[in-house]
Design a binder for this molecule. Sequence first.
Ligand code: GTP
Ligand code: MG
Length: 370
Amino acid sequence: PEFITVQELANRMAARGAEVVKTLMKLGVMVTITQSIDADTAELVVEEFGHKLRRVSASDVEIGMRGADDDATDLKSRPPVVTVMGHVDHGKTSLLDALRQSDVVAGEAGGITQHIGAYQVRLASGERITFIDTPGHAAFTEMRSRGADVTDIVVLVVAADDGIKEQTVEAINHAKAAQVPIIVAINKIDKPGADSSRVKQELLQHELIVEDLGGDLLAIEVSATEKTNLDKLEEAILLQAELLELKANPERAAEGVIVEAKLERGRGSVATVLVQRGTLRVGDIFVAGGEWGRVRALTNERGEQLKEAGPATPVEVLGLNGTPLAGDDFTVMDNESRAREIAEYRQQTRRETEITSTGRGTLEEMMSRI
Ligand code: GTP
Ligand code: MG
């Protein structure tokens, strides 16, 4: 059975605790404000106060099965989402910058203008690749720790003059644990000490066997600073993506994940959302982790205002009522009261989880007024 304290029930109805105690007395239940009552009793009280009761169960706000109800015929292919990982100084940032500049449309328009934590490159072929562009391993590990597997492909950057190092191994292990395919970018091949065959040998020790050595691991020799073979790397990504048959239903309410979020002076809470399925539109009401909001504006990495953003599109969202966390889920809802309810439920359970770790019981269900 579910329980709620009299005080908490009063809070949720915006009623005075003493009033709730009095009402309970009328119902024949003698309790003090700090005691708990069961859900059925609480329901009676809520009705006495003239509210309608709605129970929100944990299953309503779970994200695990999101999108599982899509019909196979509604699925359309979508761009791959790529995270670049590798040892410190091996050239992750340089490579992301170089790839960013390979966008054909941005090239014409004069370049990408702002950092939003993820960007999409449009190739001459018309195909697109989405790169998660947040510093270090944060994008990958932090999001995974919050239950969000956003990455389809890991590009592992290894400097040809330095070889496999501690964080290279970490990155390999992260990718393996998440069962995300790896493409190796052997970087800095322009440098005098570059030795890509040594890198390939070292990869063997981690059961990563490149094509030259009889395996099926794609390894591309690149130079981020000289912009060598970036097109080959992009081809490899698209080839890998094809094998993965990445698809999503664009014709549904949007669901995605928070890549980055911060509070900005004059703009309020700003989040970069990676839409994973469905199409996000201006005016949509959403829940993002323990926050909710209504989309006021959508902006891409080129500073352009968008009306909508489909699957695998990273987009900056304005209109949040608070600042969610990287890795939080993002879900469009039918109406505001539902969005508010879920956000409140989540904030409540987060608080209770904190309290539980100091010894108090937790509520599986909550009751709220409408
Ligand atoms: P952290 O973010 O600190 O982990 O480093 P990173 O992996 O992002 O490396 P970054 O791109 O900052 O590059 C580190 C250094 O290597 C910089 O001085 C780059 O100019 C240099 N570098 C990156 N790529 C290349 C390359 O292809 N060739 C040469 N010669 N230098 C490169
Ligand atoms: Mg960097």
